[in-house]
Design a protein around this ligand. Structure first.
Ligand code: GNR
Ligand code: NI
Length: 172
């Protein structure tokens, strides 16, 4: 198991559009396990492959407080959206900032599971919000993109300043 490094805004690699997974194999399952390890260690309730610089359409989530509801969605596609939920969102790629974002309250999603089998699921509430947040990552989109230009640029400047004071550790 390996804890992966999470890219931070405004790294341009967070803007890449991820491509569909072609084969669900043991190497991909190993990577999925590393994604869960990284998400739980952060700690976070979701992680998209884009955030660890792997540009494949794959996300993991667990919105429980005891690691009891892990989900992995490969090639997720939102089939239906209903209702409106306003949630104070955060992002492991935008550490320390929380802002209200409006999304669908209920979604239906198709995806491949870790065996490569086609599935659909329904989600509402925080799980639905989290899946929408992660699919945005796969399309190169961040929650700060829903904020005003002024707020986004303030967040960017503060993160850049924090990073000058505390440089990221060299990757080993
Ligand atoms: O840990 C996370 N919390 C969160 C809270 C509200 C809405 C979305 C999220 S996702 C975030 C982890 C993350 O950055 N996933 O990409
Ligand atoms: Ni995020």
């Amino acid at each position: 198991m390996t804890k992966l490094t999470i890219l931070e805004f405004p790294n341009p690699r967070l803007r890449k559009k991820a491509v569909p997974v072609q084969h669900v194999d043991d190497a991909l399952r190993q990577f999925i396990d590393d994604m869960f390890e990284t998400m739980y260690a952060a700690p976070g309730i979701g992680l998209a492959a884009t955030q660890v610089d792997v540009h494949k359409r794959l996300l993991v989530t667990d919105v429980s407080s005891d690691h009891s509801e892990p989900h992995v969605l490969i090639n997720p596609v939102i089939l239906e959206k209903d209702g409106v939920a306003v949630t104070e969102e955060g992002c492991l790629s935008v550490p320390g900032y929380y802002e209200e974002v409006e999304r669908a309250e209920h979604i239906r999603v198709s995806y491949l599971d870790r065996d490569g089998a086609e599935q659909t699921m329904e989600a509402r509430g925080l799980l639905a919000v989290c899946i929408q947040h992660e699919i945005d990552h796969l399309d190169g989109k961040l929650f700060v993109d829903y904020l005003s230009e002024a707020k986004r640029s303030r967040i960017r400047k503060r993160l850049e300043k924090d990073r000058r004071l505390q440089p990221a550790p060299a990757a080993l």
